[in-house]
Write a protein that binds this ligand. Structure first.
Ligand SMILES: [Zn+2]
Length: 459
């Protein structure tokens, strides 16, 4: 299974009491609430026919709500979601889960004490956990929740993202220069795919570095050159050179114009008609190829494709991040985990490792990923084993293994996020109607409230 988590949040404008109404509406629309069905079954098993008279209290009590509101300001560093209410729906056919949580939205800790007592606002969080292929199930589910709230005259607006991008936001808002991955164009992605092929890439680099090459120097590479021409990465011109002294007479964008010029009587300075001089094609790297090759930008594009392939949106990725003298090739944030990428169209050696280690210390990513086109030196891996940086090291020694390594990493992050979301369900699924009260109700014993409270102190 290729797991996917999708979630969307909507402000509930403080109307917590609407949650149960929404769940009732969903139940009538064919979404069976697992937790509420289970709670009813549990109460019925103990209270029997008196079940309908049991004061059903679920979720967490006020004391713990208070605790969680306090904890919510530390949301990103604590492992759980500050959920107050929740429900889970099992999709049998898709073998997936839809969930609906009422969560407290973390508010930034305020230095001003007068506002620090402000209640965090409440939001609905609708989500999907399951195979990527069925992730569209969330759309119908969101529509159903929206309908329920429209029926209650409380329309909502959803915003969707895979986790938060707080860490990317703090990087970009601190003034670090960067390129949003969303700026990469479709044709750049396509051409970057071509450049993954070493033979094409070597030819492209040769064209870029030389500034231009004549056809007779490329006779062994015509098939590859044709591929670059077809994708518009290389331009060709016709050059006419003097057969006597080799000087360039004229450059033309179209070879056919030579005949016309010859008919018009245009000649070389040596006196020979133009058509009788040496005529050759001349190939140059065009602007897009230069852009893709400079600083191996094509590798950034390849990374964008690899992450998109796993369902990570481009919004979760920034490229060429530079602060001061250092530059990081890319950062991605998936489900709150920060991934830092270093890419080399070469082998990755110790010289690179020291600088990269320094950047791990500065940015503290959860994953530090080295992507090389021709291997990562063994002493680099030994170095990081020895210094044990506070990040999971991922080595991609060959682009052929890039997709697999990225999928493994993203999958692990999503599994952890999945467990974090499900842990919120643990708390909101508790039934707080004590068995003693339910049995007393079934027996028909009415116990005055004061006695119940006293029993708390009974040893
Ligand atoms: Zn000439």
């Amino acid at each position: 299974m290729s797991m996917m988590i999708r979630s969307a949040a909507a402000d509930l404008n403080g109307r917590q009491e609407l949650f149960d109404e929404v769940v009732k509406y969903l139940n009538s629309s064919g979404y069976s609430p697992l937790l509420r069905d289970a709670q009813r079954g549990y109460i019925a098993a103990i209270a029997g026919q008196m079940a309908e008279h049991v004061d059903v209290r679920t979720g967490i009590d006020e004391y713990r709500i208070g605790q969680r509101l306090l904890a919510s300001s530390r949301y990103r560093t604590s492992s759980d979601i500050p959920a107050l209410m929740g429900e889970v729906f099992w999709l049998e056919e898709q073998h997936a889960i839809l969930y609906l949580l009422l969560v407290t939205v973390p508010t930034r800790p305020s230095a001003d004490r007068s506002t620090s007592r402000e209640r965090p606002s409440l939001a609905l969080q609708a989500g999907y956990i399951g195979d990527r292929d069925s992730a569209a199930s969330l759309d119908q589910f969101k529509d159903a929740v929206s309908s329920a709230l429209r029926a209650s005259d409380s329309p909502i607006t959803w915003t969707e993202s895979e986790g938060t991008q707080l860490r990317l936001q703090s990087l970009t808002s601190s003034g670090a220069g960067h390129i949003p991955a969303s700026q990469i164009t479709v044709s750049e992605l396509e051409c970057a795919e071509l450049l993954r092929e070493p033979i094409l890439r070597q030819l492209a680099i040769r064209l870029r570095q030389s500034g231009g090459i004549l056809a007779h120097d490329l006779t062994a590479h015509m098939a590859n050159l044709e591929v670059l021409l077809q994708h518009g990465l290389v331009s060709s011109e016709t050059v006419v050179m003097c057969k006597h002294d080799g000087h360039q007479i004229v450059r033309l964008t179209q070879r056919e114009t030579i005949d016309g010029l010859t008919t018009l009587g245009v000649k070389c300075s040596c006196g020979a008609p133009l058509a009788q001089e040496q005529i050759e094609e001349y190939y140059t790297a065009n602007e897009m190829l230069r852009k893709l090759l400079d600083n191996s930008y094509w590798m950034n594009a390849v990374l964008v494709s690899a992450l998109e392939e796993t369902g990570v949106s481009r919004d979760n990725l920034i490229l060429c991040v530079h602060e001061g003298p250092g530059e990081v090739d890319a950062f991605a944030e998936v489900c709150g985990a920060l991934m830092m990428f270093e890419m080399k169209d070469n082998h990755f050696s110790m010289g690179h490792a020291y600088a990269f280690g320094g950047r791990i210390g500065v940015y503290k990513p959860n994953y530090a990923v080295i992507i090389s086109t021709s291997g990562v030196d063994a002493d680099v891996k030994q170095h990081f084993e020895r210094v044990r940086p506070d990040a999971e090291m991922v080595y991609v020694s060959d682009l052929a293994e890039l997709q697999l390594k990225i999928e493994e990493m993203v999958d692990m992050v999503r599994r952890l996020e999945c467990m974090r979301i499900l842990s919120a369900v643990d708390l909101v699924s508790q039934v707080r109607s004590p068995v003693s009260e339910m049995l007393a109700l079934r027996l028909g014993i009415a116990v005055p409230a004061v006695h119940r409270e006293v029993s708390v102190y009974y040893p």
